[in-house]
Design a protein around this ligand. Structure first.
Ligand SMILES: Cc1cc2nc3c(=O)[nH]c(=O)nc-3n(C[C@H](O)[C@H](O)[C@H](O)COP(=O)(O)O)c2cc1C
Length: 334
């Protein structure tokens, strides 16, 4: 019997959970068409950055007032305009163009770290035809005067602001580096987000010891990055009502199976597509379907969350005792 792969993500009914995540692939119409052809059930656009929006509209006091001096100083390090394929207006135009070309849902993406007028831009993306949004809150907590609570509050205020300006659903894309992720995720849900995307990858700079320079590196992922996501999917799935998408380390059909078992409603892939091309998406979907059917699953709904902590009475004890057990087995094994 053919497995039912349908899933719902951000209120959008999708043919299956495996979709391309935010990346420059979607800047090119041919690549987008190839992704759709390969079976992508939705497309996530690369992000429009807060700094791009602010720079474009910096004459507007209304926008600038919402930003601190520190922020303005940080902005001066932001890459030059011509590094980006689109400015804000070009991005909106690209949303319009893609909306016309595609028959699958389109998810636009905003990327920023402070609350303020730049989030109003969400409405322009909505009006241009985006079916949903991602809000990527990529931020490095390097300011020693700021508490974790105020960092989290800022994100919550961003979510509340975006909720006020758009009626389309949106997800918040998070990093794993929050002290009490479950509590924070619940606050994000209460503030009006419709989904969570876990996790942002932080691109780690390396050090060139000869030149004494920091060398920025963009390394694509492999499957070893998935277990961090699986653990938090398993923990968050029973803790929030909004759906969760996984991003980071999904490279083959079994990675997708694990993600759904731990609670993912959607599975985003980027590195696998950048390494192997858009057709890889179709191969992963095919393998995913075959796995479910070989293992007699009726579909994604039956499998979703089956390996989450939903049935575990004391997740903390399991986490700690697993950890203690693991350390002991390694020593005995030697
Ligand atoms: C070249 C490149 C560009 C990316 N651009 C964005 C972006 O604009 N916005 C965003 O939210 N994530 C962006 N990402 C992150 C991906 O959406 C994804 O979260 C990350 O690559 C982890 O997934 P993966 O292991 O499948 O690559 C980018 C990743 C890469 C490799």
């Amino acid at each position: 019997m053919s497995a039912d792969l349908t899933t719902t993500w951000l209120g959008l009914k999708l043919a299956h959970p495996i979709m391309p995540g935010a990346s420059p692939l979607v800047d090119d119409l041919d690549a987008v068409a190839a992704l759709q052809e390969a079976g992508a059930p939705a497309i996530v656009m690369h992000s429009l950055f807060e700094e791009q929006i602010i720079r474009e509209y910096e004459e507007s006091e209304r926008l600038m007032d919402a930003h601190s001096d520190t922020y303005i100083e940080a902005r001066s390090y932001f890459p030059k305009r011509d590094l980006f394929p689109f400015g804000p207006e070009g991005y909106v135009e690209h949303v319009r163009r893609l909306r016309k070309e595609l028959h699958i849902p389109l998810i636009a993406s905003l990327n920023g770290a402070s609350r303020g007028g730049w989030l109003d831009f969400g409405r322009a993306l909505q009006d241009a035809g985006a079916n949903a949004l991602e809000l990527n809150v990529y931020d490095l907590a390097a300011d020693g005067t700021e508490t974790s609570e105020s960092i989290e509050d800022r994100v919550i205020q961003m979510v509340e602001s975006l909720r006020r300006v758009v009626r389309i659903p949106f997800a918040v894309k998070l990093s794993p580096f929050y002290t009490s992720l479950v509590n924070f995720a619940r606050q994000i849900e209460t503030a009006g987000a419709n989904g969570l995307v876990i996790f942002n990858r932080f691109y780690q700079p390396d050090i060139d010891v000869e030149a004494l320079e920091v060398s920025p590196t963009l390394r694509l992922s492999d499957s070893s990055e998935l277990p961090l996501r699986l653990r938090w999917l398993a923990i968050l799935f029973p803790a929030v009502k909004i759906p969760i998408a996984v991003t980071g380390g999904v490279h083959d059909p079994v990675d997708a199976v694990k993600s759904v078992m731990c609670g993912a409603s959607a599975v985003q892939i980027v590195s696998a597509l950048l390494k192997n091309g858009p057709r890889r998406l179709g191969e992963i979907v095919k393998g995913f379907r075959a796995w479910l059917e070989d293992h007699d699953y009726k579909g994604v709904a039956q499998m979703k969350g089956s390996m989450s902590l939903l049935r575990c009475p004391d997740p903390k004890a399991v986490e700690r005792s697993n950890y203690a057990h693991l350390l002991q087995t390694w020593r005995q094994g030697r």
